[in-house]
Design a protein around this ligand. Structure first.
Ligand SMILES: CC(=O)N[C@H]1[C@@H](OP(=O)(O)OP(=O)(O)OC[C@H]2O[C@@H](n3ccc(=O)[nH]c3=O)[C@H](O)[C@@H]2O)O[C@H](CO)[C@H](O)[C@@H]1O
Length: 309
């Protein structure tokens, strides 16, 4: 991997973790791209092998994206980075793609994902040239097993694993556990965690489906292990992987958190020939490996590269 390729992967990782999962797709044939979360947009432009990454936060709406960017670059086939948040507060588990979306969504993030999915679905109904796969990936954690790419939180993170990383780095004194009174075995929320490499593989599988002409229009897939782990199980697994104590402080529930989000990944297995390959232990192992190799995140490497000119 050249240094510029590595930098591109890194910048995607910094922009939004969902977009980072797209790393390594620049070899994909033209006309295919991704819309990541937080309005980070990547287009892989037909024939020119040009990757345009624009952080368009707050400056572009979904309809602007379609009307201007997609039409301008002739991109009618892409992967949309969606979220299980579109399911709102599901009543049945594990969650299947056919379950209702849009009902009881507890946060604006989930609402925007839901609305964009609806717009994209409509587009594929009107114009059959559009082929869009929406990937609802559950909770991606981990790092590349090489230890070259990993999560590098710079501020106080909102999400669980980045927060634990900051505690392990002693940048934060303890992990705040949001609620231990949920209707789950240990009272803490259950999520379906997947390794970032599995999530990246899911993108490749989805791209292959589109490239092979098998995508019927707008399709959506759950990317998850099909097995949930509670916040306390994640803490214990990280303690085991690192051999370090992770201090915790119990706090009230966080607004919008649902007790359990755990998927049925059968459809992805059937249509995308995709399933997870990493265990929770391996996710934690790779986070720790990344941390050991990069105690200052990307900072040291960037300084080194600057020195070398
Ligand atoms: C509301 C929201 O934006 N949901 C997104 C968030 O899901 P989640 O809200 O499930 O992810 P998260 O990592 O923020 O939280 C996971 C679990 O850990 C708990 N927790 C989290 C942080 C912390 O400091 N302490 C703590 O206890 C939290 O209450 C939850 O039960 O991220 C996912 C990807 O990773 C998806 O993109 C979800 O759509």
């Amino acid at each position: 991997m050249t240094s510029s390729q590595k930098n591109r992967m890194k910048s995607r990782y910094h922009n939004a973790h969902s977009v980072s999962l797209c790393a390594g797709h620049s070899g994909v044939t033209g006309g295919t791209g991704f819309i990541g979360s937080h309005c980070v947009v990547e287009l892989i432009q037909a024939n020119h092998s040009v990757t345009v990454i624009s952080n368009l936060a707050n400056s572009v709406s979904a309809s602007d994206f379609i009307d201007t960017l997609c039409k301008k670059y002739c991109v009618k086939k892409f992967i949309f980075s969606s979220s299980p948040a579109v399911y709102g507060k599901p009543i049945k588990f594990p969650i299947k793609e056919e379950y209702a979306t849009g009902v009881g969504i507890t946060n604006p993030y989930g609402k925007s994902k839901y609305m964009i999915e609806k717009i994209l679905n409509d587009i594929t109904l009107i114009d059959k040239e559009w082929k869009i796969i929406s990937l609802r990936y559950f909770n991606p954690i981990g790092a590349h097993p090489s230890g070259i790419i990993g999560e590098n939180p710079t501020e106080i993170p909102d999400q669980l694993m980045p927060f634990i990383i900051q505690v392990l780095k002693r940048k934060l004194p303890y992990l705040t556990v949001f609620g231990n009174d949920f209707e789950t075995p240990d009272g803490t929320c259950i999520r379906d965690y997947i390794h970032v490499v599995d999530a990246a593989r899911g993108h490749l599988s989805a791209l292959n489906r589109i490239a092979n002409g098998k995508c019927g229009g707008f399709e959506m897939y759950n990317l998850g292990m099909g097995k949930g782990h509670s916040v306390m199980e994640i803490v214990k697994a990280m303690q085991y992987a690192t051999g370090k104590n992770i201090p915790i402080k119990m706090m009230p529930r966080r607004l919008g958190d649902v007790p359990c989000l755990c998927c049925d990944p059968t459809l992805a297995a059937k249509n995308l020939s995709w399933k997870t390959t990493f265990t929770l232990e391996e996710m934690c192992r790779d986070v720790f490996n990344w941390l050991k190799k990069n105690p200052n995140g990307f900072d040291d490497e960037e300084k080194q590269e600057l020195k070398q000119g």
